[in-house]
Write a protein that binds this ligand. Structure first.
Ligand SMILES: [Zn+2]
Ligand SMILES: [Zn+2]
Length: 229
């Protein structure tokens, strides 16, 4: 069993995600993401610093130590594995598995993690396309926001920030904006600030701020999926 409390695990996972998205984490960033007060964050960060899990620079940027990174990767793995299990084995809807995995991830012993990974055939991505620690997205991956009209794109990942909104995820699923599915980019309108997509299931409009968090790569129309989900 993990020797760290659920709260510490949440902090580590959040720092890990911020780092993976290429941003810098300060106490304010953490307070916003974790919906808690800055004094609480300061107290927890001091505790984590004492335990050798994080470093706090003069610039107030909080970063994971090697040990912190190791623990965070382990939690991220447990999270993604839980999602995969809930979605593909138990049949819980794709749009809501994140919420359930959020609780399960803290309750798995190393034996359970190992056996579950074996049972699932060692998946490399969560159902939303997030790579397991150590794995990466295809090299030609871009944000949907960077795609151009006329392109046919295959969805590769729904950014983890979007997973928090069940309502949004439900809409994405209804429109088949899910890893492995292909869509044609029809139009990008600055007035409406949306990207229009077209697939076999029909047309969809994605607001720019959501398109920033959806990741795709260009495919030639009719080409088969590069990986199976
Ligand atoms: Zn998730
Ligand atoms: Zn996921």
């Amino acid at each position: 069993m993990s020797e760290h409390s659920k709260v510490i695990e949440e902090y580590l996972l959040t720092l890990y995600k911020i780092d993976r998205s290429g941003e810098k984490a300060k106490a304010v960033t953490l307070a916003n993401r974790l919906e808690t007060s800055p004094p609480t964050v300061h107290a927890t960060i001091s505790r984590m610093q004492r335990d050798g899990l994080v470093d706090v620079k003069k610039s107030k940027v909080v970063s994971l130590t090697k040990e912190g990174q190791k623990v965070a990767e382990d939690i991220a793995y447990r999270h993604n594995l839980s999602e995969y299990f809930l979605c593909n084995t138990l049949g819980i809807p794709w749009y809501e598995v994140h919420q359930h995995a959020h609780l399960l991830e803290h309750a798995m012993t190393p034996v359970v993690v190992k056996k579950l990974a074996e049972f699932l055939g060692n998946p490399e991505f969560c159902p939303h396309g997030t790579p397991m620690p150590g794995k990466a997205l295809p090299e030609n991956t871009i944000a949907l926001m960077e795609s151009k009209p006329g392109m046919t794109v295959e969805i590769t990942m729904i950014g983890e920030v979007l997973e928090d909104s069940v309502d949004l995820m439900k809409i994405l699923q209804e429109h088949q904006i899910m890893p492995g599915n292909k869509h044609k980019v029809v139009e990008k309108t600055n007035v409406m600030r949306t990207i229009s997509l077209e697939s076999e299931k029909g047309p969809t409009s994605i607001p720019f701020h959501v398109a920033e968090e959806i990741f795709v790569f260009e495919v030639s129309p009719g080409k088969t999926s590069s990986r199976q989900q």
